[in-house]
Design a protein around this ligand. Structure first.
Ligand code: NAD
Length: 496
């Protein structure tokens, strides 16, 4: 896909933008008459007004999902047939890669090249991975006395609501849709209000692939209205949520206040990238550290936002990280050569700049970036920013900034590094750079996080689980473990 910047802009100008809920196999006029604005974050222009669904629209989506589930049209379809449809769905995502990538960039301002080569193929791979898994997971037979046979089987929970964030809109949706649909559930997808386009478009592609109507419904809407209505709904059996820790807490409350629906929470992080003095390749570490915090403009749940480095090598390493930061220039996300796009909204831009001020006021020193960029564009760009002399108790080291801001915290030795790495309410991911096998194992054991990378960062495949410890949530996305969230275990005893 070798389009020029001008060609992408032309496509953006004429792209049809879906704005209505997708319920029962088709776009519907919403009952709610409210809308919300979608803004292209690279220039601040309103590009669409999207239906702000309320409880009545959510009800319609849940009714459709429930009816599809109870009819058995999907939940009791042969696994091999479900596999075939989901594989076709995955193929269609790839066939519509350019269109979907453009929708992602228009919604969130990420570089078109990343959306095209990362987000969309990754979402398609996720759906394909779970499609392939459908007929390869087995039940169990328990060791019970010879007068009985006891089968342990997994059944779909029923109606699943997937409530997802805006940073990787289609990818995050696929992490829920793959395992939830593969196991036979009906799903209601609620995209973030910043990024509804790709989610709505895939409703049509799912139908084209052969997914029966009602099995996938999509409701655009505001969190505190449509998201809350799903959280409190008495006929939603399970919530697969990815988003902030604060909203994750609300979903636990919604569950308790309604029908005790099951919840899986993939929440925020403040991931440490630990570099020990025995690190063998500081060049590689610096490159990876910069990618770990500046990719997707730092709007990543597992962004490596804390550089925890031993004092002996701090100056040498930091110099290299700064070189990467200053070489990375924010640019037009529709230019295929752009590597750093915009921040998602004006609100988020203000938040990120507020954290930069807070770091400066607390006494940390800015050694790269620190400013808004490309102001004349009308968009929301921030320079890659690196702080030195950060104390781990500072706000910039404790709170999730969700922007391209790295905090450098200098430590004295291994134990100090582990203490700082774990001194966080979050526990999503971490990395450690060391040339010592012993230190690698000790660190992997000591760090309280759902994923630990040794001498690398952000490696992942669909056969390895992803998710957090502590306030980064519970339950896992990716891998066969993700299927646990969307199934119930049933023990069946046959007396002979
Ligand atoms: P958010 O929590 O504000 O919103 C996430 C979703 O929840 C959106 O669909 C939103 O509409 C909905 N929502 C918001 N308020 C709600 C409410 N009161 N009731 C019900 N639903 C509500 O998060 P965000 O700003 O979209 O995304 C950024 C956050 O997501 C960050 O904290 C990031 O770390 C996290 N995230 C985590 C992972 C992971 O896998 N752990 C992946 C990506 C993003």
């Amino acid at each position: 896909m070798d389009l020029t910047t001008a060609e992408w802009h032309e496509r953006a100008r004429i792209a049809p933008l879906p704005t209505k809920p997708f319920i029962d196999g088709a776009f519907m006029d919403p009952i709610s008459e409210e809308t919300f604005d979608c803004v292209f974050p690279a220039d601040g222009r309103v590009i669409a007004k999207v239906a702000s669904c309320d409880g009545r629209d959510v009800d319609a989506a849940v009714r459709s999902a429930r009816a599809a589930f109870e009819s058995g049209v999907w939940s009791r379809m042969s696994p091999l047939d479900r596999r075939k449809i989901l594989l076709r769905f995955s193929e269609l995502l790839l066939e519509h890669r350019a269109e979907l990538a453009l929708l992602e960039t228009l919604n969130v301002g990420k570089p078109i090249t990343n959306a095209l080569n990362g987000d969309i193929p990754s979402a398609a791979s996720c759906i394909a991975w779970y499609a392939e898994a459908i007929d390869k997971v087995y039940g169990e037979v328990a060791a019970t006395p010879s007068d009985v046979t006891t089968m342990i089987v997994r059944e779909p929970v029923g109606v699943v609501a997937a409530v997802v964030p805006w940073n990787y809109p289609l990818s995050m949706a696929a992490w829920k849709l793959g395992p939830a649909l593969a196991t036979g559930n009906s799903v209601i997808l609620k995209p973030a209000e910043q990024s509804p386009f790709s989610a709505l478009r895939i409703g049509e592609l799912a139908i084209e692939a052969g997914l029966p109507r009602g099995v996938l419904n999509i409701v655009p809407g505001l969190g505190h209205i449509a998201g809350k209505a799903l959280g409190l709904h008495m006929d939603v059996d399970c919530i697969g949520f990815t988003g902030s820790t604060e909203v994750g807490g609300y979903f636990m409350q919604y569950s308790g206040q309604s029908n005790m629906k099951r919840i899986g929470l993939e929440l925020g992080g403040k991931s440490p990238q630990v570099v020990l003095a025995d690190c063998e390749d500081l060049d590689q570490a610096a490159k990876s550290i910069a990618a770990g915090i500046f990719s997707n403009a730092g709007q990543v749940c597992n962004a490596g936002s804390r550089l925890v480095v031993e004092d002996k090598i701090k100056d040498k390493l930091l110099e290299k990280v700064i070189a990467h930061a200053t070489a990375l220039k924010p640019g037009d996300p529709l230019d295929p050569s752009t590597k750093l796009g915009s921040i998602v909204t004006q609100e988020q831009l203000t938040r990120v700049l507020g954290y930069i001020d807070a770091g400066r006021d607390a006494g940390a020193s800015i050694v790269a970036g620190g400013n808004q960029a490309l102001k004349e564009s009308g968009g929301y760009f921030v320079e890659p920013t690196v702080f030195d002399a950060v104390d781990n108790s500072m706000k910039i080291a404790q709170e999730e900034i969700f922007g391209p801001v790295l905090s450098t915290i200098t430590v004295k030795n291994f134990d100090d590094a582990m203490t700082v790495a774990n001194d966080s309410t979050y526990g999503l991911t971490a990395s450690v750079w060391t040339g010592s096998l012993k230190n690698a194992h000790r660190a992997a054991q000591a760090i309280r996080a759902g994923v630990v990378w040794v001498n690398c960062f952000d490696r992942g495949q669909f056969n390895a689980p992803f998710g957090g410890f502590k306030q980064s949530g519970f339950g896992r996305d990716k891998s066969l473990h993700a299927m646990d969230k969307y199934t119930d275990l049933k023990a069946v005893w046959f007396a002979h």
